[in-house]
Design a protein around this ligand. Sequence first.
Ligand SMILES: [Cu+2]
Length: 245
Amino acid sequence: MIEGFVRSLSSYSRDIDQLILLVTVLVGFWFVLAEVMFFWLIFHFRAREGVKGQYLTGKEKHVKVWINTPHYFIIACDIVIIVAAIRVWMLIKQTLPPADETVRVVAEQWTWSFQHAGADGAPDTADDIRTTDELRVQVGKTYHFLLESKDVLHSFSVPVFRLKQDAIPGRTITGWFKPTGTGTHDIQCTEICGIGHGVMGARIVIETAEQHAAWVSKNTKLVAAASTTTAADTTAGAPSRAGAN
Ligand SMILES: [Cu+2]
């Protein structure tokens, strides 16, 4: 159902959708029932000429049964929700499947920076590809992300993955995702982080293996060219520049 609004493109997005649906149906059922009962009681026992109001403490047996019975059913629904929620939490937050690749995600007021592993598939090496406001990934690969913030609290949100994780200054938070479909989709900051929070959007480009290999190879050449230039500049006494962006 949620897929009709936001596409579902990660290995765990369906589990989150099912959990949201379960909570909505169970809580929604009791909400509607309680409201119908509430307004019916107000209408049915409204003030009438010649009818004296009763004072009920709620302790009477025939009244208590109307309180306790729904209460037990609601507790049963709560247990169902808690069990389902713990299952999803264990699957997504307490599990870290082995990574095919690792990306660094850095949030700052008000932009996202990404550090892709590059052709060697390993992070923090010379061929890393750095981008701003654009994360490029390959469909079907399991990614670990290392999330950092340079300044204040931010939150890394990829709605099509049903992924949301706070970024906290001073900490590197590890999470994971596995894209299951291609296309260009939104990345959002979902923590009010200052006046530019609303424009702190980025995009994730999920590519096929061929498209991604082509992108990596093109940008690896740029990184190599930039580092050669940097080395030449340094030799000539010029200030060194950062790698390619
Ligand atoms: Cu932010």
